[in-house]
Design a protein around this ligand. Structure first.
Ligand SMILES: Nc1ncnc2c1ncn2[C@@H]1O[C@H](COP(=O)(O)OP(=O)(O)O)[C@@H](O)[C@H]1O
Ligand SMILES: [Mg+2]
Length: 283
């Protein structure tokens, strides 16, 4: 039986309203791609020839390869494993590092659904003045996911530990074992749906109190790893200041309530919403 322990509330940090600077200027990845020294050229060839990248690597631009090269140099990635997922905007790969396995999420600059991204970025105070340069938007998006993971973690929500971010590439803790990724809620029959629901509900509230709304929360972005519930995919998460944040939150609540109702624990989006937005008791 799974208990899905919550992180102890005493270890939960309540951040203020300061936001991390999201710097989207050219970085080391761009420099590596520009200089194209021999080592980088060899790296590029190796990646492009690697079996697991056959299809995808052809769409990586040199600066993306520069970002991967930098992450290898910095010791965050030692060797690439196979793809864990190929999504609309990003591919996720398993990789070995000097420590535990990691997951490497690579946002595609060209394939990204750029208009959809703008809907989430417009109105987020962290993105004022980024404009509509495609590369900058994707770089900002990747940094935003990194910052959101940190913030979620500080708020006491289990998420993959964010390790490094370089341009459009995010390295995080791999959730899974022996190279097998953890299963999403839609792939398992949930043990203790009532307890699982209570944990997800508490996570949503903690996120909200930390000023964040997931914006794409459903059984597809929640996994069970080591008998604990983890939330994934915080790229599109917006701050409560976003003009559509309420709509995103209502949709998240509907998705979650519908899923748990199908699992045998009756819940409504409305009740869930009032739970999530309930004001924090005065200390
Ligand atoms: N840190 C991770 N550990 C294990 N699997 C992961 C990790 N991050 C993503 N995945 C797998 O990749 C899938 C897609 O990742 P996600 O961040 O949701 O991107 P997308 O935007 O493509 O949905 C997830 O559903 C999950 O199965
Ligand atoms: Mg996802």
């Amino acid at each position: 039986m799974s208990d899905y322990d919550l992180i102890d509330a005493d270890d939960v940090d309540t951040p203020g309203d300061e936001w991390e600077e999201l710097d989207v200027s050219d970085d080391e990845s761009d420099r590596i791609a520009r200089v194209q020294d021999r080592e980088f050229q060899e790296f590029r060839k190796r990646i492009k020839d690697a079996d697991q990248f056959k299809v995808e690597a052809s769409v990586f631009d040199d600066a993306t390869l520069g970002a991967l090269y930098k992450l290898v140099q910095d010791g965050h990635i030692r060797a690439f494993g196979g793809p864990l997922s190929t999504g609309k905007e990003a591919n996720v790969y398993l990789a070995a590092s000097d420590g535990d396995d990691v997951a490497v999420k690579i946002y595609r600059i060209n394939a990204s659904d750029f208009r959809a991204m703008r809907d989430y970025l417009d109105g987020d105070p962290r993105f004022e003045g980024i404009g509509s340069d495609k590369k900058k938007v994707v770089v900002a998006w990747t940094r935003k996911e990194f910052a959101n993971l940190r913030r979620a973690q500080a708020a006491g929500v289990r998420v993959p530990n964010p390790i490094a971010v370089q341009r459009n590439v995010l390295v995080m803790e791999f959730l899974g074992s022996d190279g097998e990724r953890a299963k999403r809620l839609n792939e398992v029959s949930v043990e203790n749906p009532e307890t699982a629901f209570e944990v997800v509900r508490e996570y949503m509230r903690r996120l909200y109190r930390a000023g964040l709304i997931h914006g794409d929360l459903s059984e597809y972005n929640i996994v069970v790893h080591d008998d604990e519930i983890y939330v994934l995919d915080l790229g599109q998460a917006v701050t409560v200041h976003h003009p559509n944040s309420r709509e995103f939150l209502e949709r998240d609540c509907e998705n979650i309530a519908a899923f748990f109702t199908r699992q045998g624990h009756d819940a409504t989006g409305e009740d869930l919403l009032s739970y999530v937005v309930e004001p924090e008791p005065e200390p």
